[in-house]
Write a protein that binds this ligand. Structure first.
Ligand SMILES: C[S@@+](CC[C@H](N)C(=O)[O-])C[C@H]1O[C@@H](n2cnc3c(N)ncnc32)[C@H](O)[C@@H]1O
Length: 459
């Protein structure tokens, strides 16, 4: 982050606007709306600025700006139409450590006006750190369109009842669950209809309702790009008290979790022995059970889809055995992410009537598989955990009768930074992959559909 978004309380605080034209007028209007004590210094002021200042009793001084003007100010706006004059204002602010917004000059500004969605007391501020005010405005339009008009009234209503609920529910997590339950009830609609009596009744009912018991959500994090999370996965991440995640879950996806959720990395390291892996897995079961039994909202976050090659099934069985409520939120599995990135259709009317997902975990240098089945034509294989085994895989398929010219590709880090695709055939893929020095995680895709992808400069 290049900027720290803060909401500044300027009510009654001294703010200076340097400039007297249209830009200055818009800034004065904003400062006045936030109840700042605004003064204006400008060589010349427009009629509109004079009228605005007159109607709010603001002081105007028509003269040159001097550096001492910034002393004692909380915030200064350099809003003249002269970049040199604005730079002088910014320099004075920098010397005296006063926040300054230099209009149209993000580099000199220490305070940047975000685009604002105003549903007071709810305010949404969108900042691009000064990089593109137009983009910020475009995003604001989208948020304006989705945010209910009555959200401000709802915030006011909730604020009025906050102290009472705090006293009734001293435990922070219980209180948070109460609010989530109350906000998701018909409270919002009642407040929007200005039915205060109905809203009070809904709040009382929510307060009397027994607290929801814990829930474990097994959530698929997708292949890495956070925009590939499902909406439901995002909701789970935003509501969780605690999130147990695998090593493969990307930092960008973790960035979408609720800020105060506890994030616990329970990922298996490459060096983990089979014994340690079992111990680790049963300790995950114990922790999921214990947290759910304490009434927490627990998310078990796994790369791709939680039920594909990720021991999700064992976790579900452990939860079911102990009667702990759980839900499964599917995710985009690596096979689909890889195929999309590489532009490979996994099935095709003429070339592949079925698709198989398999793992290629090496055991004593070999892969345990039904090779004659896998070598059959008219199907696509997507091999997980296959990067280290790509040579063995290609050899065994050929030995079982697959033509050496069968198209095959490796897709690494699909949807993540540094994603790469190496495509070739069973005869040459391993050498090409070695030469490309690509990193995992990666899937191997084998089948005639691989030839349908359009080669890129990486090939
Ligand atoms: C333990 S499996 C977990 C699979 C996961 N549950 C899923 O549905 O994608 C890990 C394997 O998934 C594949 N994989 C995961 N993320 C990937 C990505 N972004 N690009 C390519 N392959 C990926 C790799 O084959 C990796 O070795």
């Amino acid at each position: 982050m290049d900027v720290l978004p803060l909401a500044l309380k300027i009510k009654g605080q001294p703010c200076l606007v340097v400039g007297g034209g249209e830009t200055a007028r818009r800034k004065i209007e904003l400062l006045v709306a936030a109840q700042g004590t605004v003064a204006v210094v400008a060589r010349k002021t427009s009629k509109a600025v004079r009228a605005l200042c007159g109607s709010h009793g603001l002081g105007i001084e028509e003269r040159e700006f001097v550096a001492d003007d910034v002393l004692g100010q909380l915030l200064v706006i350099a809003a003249t139409n002269d970049p040199v004059a604005n730079a002088a204002v910014a320099a004075a602010c920098s010397r005296h450590r006063v926040l300054v917004n230099c209009v149209d000059d993000g580099a000199r500004s220490t305070a940047i006006f975000p685009a604002i969605v105003d549903r007071a007391p709810v305010t949404v501020a969108i900042s691009t750190g000064g990089a593109s005010p137009t983009l910020a405005r475009r995003l604001r339009e989208r948020i304006e369109a989705t945010l209910p008009a009555a959200v401000g009234a709802l915030a006011t209503y909730l604020g009025q009842h906050r102290e009472r609920i705090r006293a009734a529910l001293p435990d922070v997590r219980a209180r948070r669950r109460f609010w989530e339950h109350a906000i998701d009830s018909d409270l919002a609609a009642l407040v929007a209809r200005r039915d205060e009596h109905g809203a009070d009744q809904a709040l009382e009912a929510a307060l009397k309702a027994p607290l929801a018991s814990g829930l474990v959500s097994l959530v698929g994090a997708g292949p890495g790009d956070p925009d590939l999370l499902t909406l439901k996965a995002l909701q789970c991440l935003q509501r969780a008290d605690v999130i147990y995640h695998d090593r493969l879950v990307s930092p960008a996806v973790l960035g979408r979790c609720r800020r105060d959720a506890e994030l616990i990395d329970v990922g298996r390291r490459a060096s983990t022995s089979a014994y340690d892996a079992e111990t680790r897995q049963s300790s995950i079961h114990q922790r999921l059970l214990a947290d759910a039994q304490r009434g927490l909202r627990v998310v078990r976050l796994k790369g791709g889809d939680p039920l594909l090659f990720g021991r999700g099934g064992e976790e579900v069985a452990a939860l079911a055995e102990h009667g702990v409520p759980f839900e499964i939120v599917p995710g985009i599995t690596a096979a689909l992410g890889s195929a999309a990135v590489a532009g490979i259709p996994l099935t095709h009317r003429d070339w592949a009537k079925s698709v198989r997902f398999l793992t290629a975990r090496l055991q004593d240098g070999a892969i345990n598989a039904d090779w004659p089945e896998l070598a059959k034509p008219d199907q696509t294989l997507v091999v997980y955990m296959g990067l280290a085994a790509v040579e063995v895989l290609c050899e065994r398929l050929r030995a079982a009768g697959a033509p050496p010219t069968t198209p095959a590709a490796v897709v690494s880090r699909a949807t993540l930074e540094g994603e790469a695709v190496v495509s070739s055939d069973l005869q040459n893929l391993a050498a090409k992959v070695r030469a490309a020095e690509i990193e995992g995680p990666a899937t191997v895709i084998v089948g005639r559909v691989v030839a349908l992808r359009k080669p890129t400069p990486m090939d």
